[in-house]
Design a protein around this ligand. Structure first.
Ligand code: ATP
Ligand code: MG
Length: 448
């Protein structure tokens, strides 16, 4: 018989499992918790949109639009694109769904995004982003709200000390025009040093050269004039309000006058949280103000600001979360027990006890599996116990074992689980208080 070939995983996609999956889930859980603390609402938008949604808002000359989009014609002949990012789709929804009535809106979303890039560590073709946006607020307090959110998220992920917030202003329209002219003059004079890509950028969007990853462009890019000399009083004042607010909120930042973002729609504030732990893929969270975007999609002038973070890059930085554990492993011994075990495990789960039971194996194998799963208790159903209408419940940490009547088993085990959790939490809580220096251990107390 001919050998059947197994289709391969698509280059740049991932099957996320085990330790990686736990890290991934930990990032999402923390994001969900922190967004509630900051009163951002969750939205979910489509994975694909009309190609125009991205082409118009990101800018035709950006890397994303010119070479990274997954675009295709559907069966009806419409040009669709898998989202390369979230902001454009959210802005589209803001207009088509009449969300203006809710402005200002603080929104988050998360999920897969798609870009045709060269896959490498921390760079995929299907990757995943966390995303936060504030629509309809042009005040610098929107920057502060969004950046304190990002900063607390990174702190609660335990990586706050490993990332730096780099901040820049791209000014207002007048600032940008003046700066753009100076950049063109600068790059014109060093044309022979630029890569082909940057020569094209010089025609269409010279700011983008500053963001070039091509080492050939770096000397010319690094010696380019920075924006400061061109800032209008208004743009300068706006940026000063942002930085003063960040200082007041206790968010550390550094100025990077070279920082520009890869998409066309940014105005005023641009920022990146970067780490040196991920090599070339060091940007974990990035964004900025995009006051021109909604208009480019045919809407009324509407301020907006947002950020996106790569979940994979964050997941690589967080410490490994503890494996999931179950409350109880049900261990039937023998044929008769196997049927009763179905009743027992169903009862446990209905009582809120997480429980598992192997599909096969003798007592020894099943107990080994229970230990490997980190089960707190083993509920053992042997012939003798069943005859007495009981089960043996073994605390796998202490080895202590007791007999529990089957008709009360679920309630009793549920209770034992709660008690064990409270005990563990109690220990944790007092450890935390001791560490924080708020209380002392009893035996260390000074005699009065
Ligand atoms: P980079 O400079 O790394 O290409 P970018 O400027 O294209 O990033 P953004 O469009 O700002 O990235 O996306 C926000 C975040 O999403 C990035 O900081 C990064 O963490 C993540 N990200 C972007 N592209 C990818 C990718 N191909 N694979 C994994 N993560 C990505
Ligand atoms: Mg990119």
């Amino acid at each position: 018989m001919a050998r059947i070939e197994t289709p391969n995983r698509i280059r740049g996609t991932q099957d996320i499992f085990g330790d990686e999956q736990r890290r991934f889930a930990a990032v999402l859980e923390t994001f969900e918790r922190v967004r509630r603390l900051f009163a951002f609402q969750r939205v979910d938008v489509p994975v694909f949109e009309a190609t125009a949604v991205f082409a118009r808002s990101l800018g035709e000359t950006t890397d994303v639009v010119s070479k990274e989009m997954y675009s295709f014609e559907d069966r009806g002949g419409d040009s669709l694109t898998l989202r390369p990012e979230f902001t454009a789709g959210i802005a589209r929804a803001y207009l088509t769904e009449g969300w203006q009535q809710h402005a200002p809106m603080k929104l988050v979303t998360s999920g897969p995004a798609f870009r045709y890039e060269r896959p490498q560590k921390g760079r995929f073709r299907q990757f995943h982003q966390l995303d936060a946006e504030i629509l309809g607020a042009g005040e610098p307090t929107a920057e502060i709200e969004l950046l304190t959110f990002a900063s607390q998220l990174l702190d609660e992920l335990g990586i706050g000390d490993e990332v730096t917030l780099q901040l820049n202003t791209l000014g207002d329209a007048e600032t940008r025009d003046a700066w753009r002219a100076a950049l063109v003059a600068h790059f014109e004079s060093r044309k022979d040093e630029l890569s082909e890509d940057s020569l094209a950028r010089l025609e269409k969007n010279p700011l983008r050269i500053l963001d070039s990853k091509d080492p050939r462009d770096r000397p010319a890019a690094d010696s380019a004039p920075d924006i400061d000399a061109f800032l209008t009083a208004e743009a300068r004042g706006f940026f000063a309000a942002v930085t003063a607010g960040l200082d007041a909120a206790g968010v550390a930042w550094t100025r990077n006058p070279r920082l520009v973002r890869g998409l066309d729609y940014y105005r005023h504030t641009a920022f990146e949280f970067v780490t040196d732990r991920l090599g070339a893929q060091g940007t974990v969270l990035a964004g900025g103000r995009y006051d021109g975007l909604i208009e480019q999609l045919g809407g009324p002038p509407t301020p907006g600001i947002g950020w996106a973070a790569g979940i994979e890059r964050l997941a690589m930085l967080v410490s490994e979360p503890a494996p999931e554990q179950i409350d109880a492993a049900v261990v039937p011994m023998g044929e008769a027990a196997a049927v009763r075990a179905q009743e027992v495990i169903a009862g446990l789960r209905r009582a809120g006890v997480s429980a598992d039971m192997g599909f096969r194996g003798n007592m020894k194998k099943r107990m080994a599996k229970a230990n490997a799963q980190g089960a707190r208790f083993a509920v053992i159903l042997g012939d003798d116990e069943l005859e007495r209408g009981e089960a043996a419940v073994k605390d796998l940490a202490s080895g202590e074992q007791m007999s529990v009547p089957l008709d009360r088993l679920a309630v009793v085990v549920a209770d034992m689980v709660i008690e064990a959790e409270l005990r563990a939490e109690g220990d944790d809580a007092s450890e935390r208080l001791i560490e924080a220096g708020l209380v002392r251990r009893g035996d260390e107390a000074q005699p009065r």
